[in-house]
Design a protein around this ligand. Structure first.
Ligand code: ADP
Ligand code: MG
Length: 479
């Protein structure tokens, strides 16, 4: 990116709320049914059918608002957003415009370099999703599937507070982590449970005012948010440097070509003729209702993160990764509660365990090793029964089969050779077998030491601890 331009980014995230039924009807929202099976008279927009607000969706929105320290509206209103589209038989979407349920709040985002930034959340409002046009099912016509119509969404809008594509991706990731944490969304990006619209403009560094922006619609991965924005930032800079103007428009990200394409010029809110939906009364939230929602909230990731840093002396980036997902955080905490060293537990969870999960395309919620087994393994590392090499072998055993760590160590003979006669005999043998190298070491070639340590490790079949071997070698050679 050119040094003379600064990007400005604000995002809008649509979060599918994990309610059992739709926002204004009793139809189930389960994913994967045959087309139009999950659509009743209200979802099909039959004339005269009346919407009834789902209390669960309201509670979820309130929880989100509380988690970002936002003002929860005492009174909010549902509006009709009017537009014509085949997947919207009513001719309008029920949304919220002037009086959203959640007002201004704050979100901390964590960047790769360990820094933290506060991002303003402008608002979050409840709305219903539309249906879906199906283009690949019939050869000469388009099908309409209304299963998704009426699915509850929370649209979260941020302030234009981000200054790079990476920050925008981090913000999307943070919202993803927060809504999963609150259990108000399953976070399944592949199934469309969360989508991000990214608004971006560029301005000369030092300018106060913002430039004209474009909006990239419906991005469904953290990586694509970053890539789409980086492309779009470069494109806008090119346009401006060539003396042109950025046009306010909606664009689409094409992942295979890694570029954004113009979709349509942007509608202004005037075009939608928003007005309060006469079928729904204004929603008034009592302080008791809000208090009840608050009482069911777990410790928030931000609080947990701060506690992990202060209680366990973890580095901030480590604590960030451990609190990205509730299942990994609680796994970590139970491992530590069982007596495992916090630093080692963090290393294992983010290292070996994460790698094994990735290999098998599993989630932290599906770790086949119990936290008790992992704690035992770490304790055997701490008391030096196991070297780190051996611990990895034991780990593979507990990953694929049940059984206690100690049993596996005994059965497989995986005990580390500590500073015992056995290890000393082994070291002595290597010394005797390598007179040339010993001579080199004694005349100052310390690098050869590594070779000898390697030989001992090999002879011990990985059961010795390299640091102990090195110490022992030095002692036995009087250096
Ligand atoms: P609209 O009415 O078009 O939806 P909003 O004012 O609601 O516009 O803003 C939508 C999003 O665009 C917000 O996330 C906001 O932060 C962002 N945004 C607004 N102005 C700019 C700008 N000049 N550059 C980048 N993002 C912007
Ligand atoms: Mg908007």
């Amino acid at each position: 990116m050119s040094r003379h331009w600064e990007p400005v980014v604000g995002i809008e995230v649509h979060v599918q709320l994990a309610t059992r039924s739709k926002i204004f009807s009793s139809t189930s929202v389960e994913f994967g049914a045959e087309p139009n099976v999950r659509a009743n008279l209200i979802d099909l927009a039959m004339p005269g059918a009346l919407p009834v607000l789902n209390e669960e969706a309201v509670t979820m929105a309130v929880k989100f608002g509380l988690a970002i320290d936002a003002e929860i509206a005492e009174k909010c209103v549902f509006d009709r957003k009017n537009y014509f589209y085949p997947d919207l038989p009513k001719g309008y979407q029920i949304s919220q415009f002037e009086l959203p349920i959640v007002g201004r709040g704050q979100l901390s985002i964590f960047l790769e370099d360990g820094s933290v930034r506060q991002i303003g959340i402008t608002r979050a409002h409840l709305e219903e999703d539309a249906g879906k046009s199906v283009h690949d099912r019939f050869s000469e016509s388009t099908g309409i599937d209304l299963n998704r119509a009426g699915t509850p969404l929370l649209e979260i809008v941020t302030e234009p507070d981000m200054r790079s594509a990476a920050e925008a991706a981090a913000c999307f990731r943070q919202i993803h982590s927060l809504v999963r944490w609150l259990e108000i969304c399953d976070g399944n990006l592949a199934e469309g449970s969360m989508r991000c619209d990214a608004n971006v403009s560029v301005r000369p560094v030092g300018d106060e005012s913002f430039g004209e922006r474009t909006e990239i619609k419906n991005i469904n991965s953290f990586r694509f948010v970053e890539r789409a924005l980086n492309y779009e930032i470069e494109r806008q800079i090119d346009v401006l440097e060539a003396g042109g103007e950025v046009v306010r428009e909606t664009r689409q990200y094409d992942a295979t070509r890694d570029m954004t394409l113009s979709m349509r010029s942007k509608e202004l809110s005037d075009d939608y003729r928003y007005f309060p939906d006469p079928d729904l009364l204004p929603l008034r939230l009592s302080s008791e209702f809000v208090a009840r929602a608050r009482s069911t909230m777990p410790e928030l990731p931000q609080q947990k993160l701060e506690r992990f840093i202060s209680d366990y002396s973890l580095a901030q980036p480590v604590a960030v990764r451990l609190t990205r997902d509730p299942s990994i955080a609680s796994y970590f905490e139970s491992t530590v509660a069982l007596g495992a060293d916090p630093q080692l537990s963090a290393n294992w969870l983010l290292g070996e365990v994460a790698a094994a999960l990735k290999r098998e395309e599993k989630d932290y919620a599906d770790i086949p090793v119990s936290s008790a087994q992992l704690a035992d393994l770490i304790k055997r590392l701490q008391d030096k029964t196991l070297s780190s090499t051996l611990a990895k072998v034991v780990f593979e055993h507990i990953w694929t089969s049940d059984g206690s760590v100690d049993e596996i160590i005994e059965r497989q003979g995986l005990r580390q050779l500590n500073d015992t006669d056995e290890l000393r005999t082994l070291v002595q043998r290597i010394i005797t077998d390598h007179p040339d190298q010993i001579e080199q070491i004694q005349s100052g070639a310390t690098k050869v030491m590594g070779y000898l340590v390697g030989q001992v490790m090999k002879a011990s079949q990985g059961k010795a601890d390299p640091r102990q071997v090195s110490d022992l070698l030095k002692r036995m050679l009087n250096i």
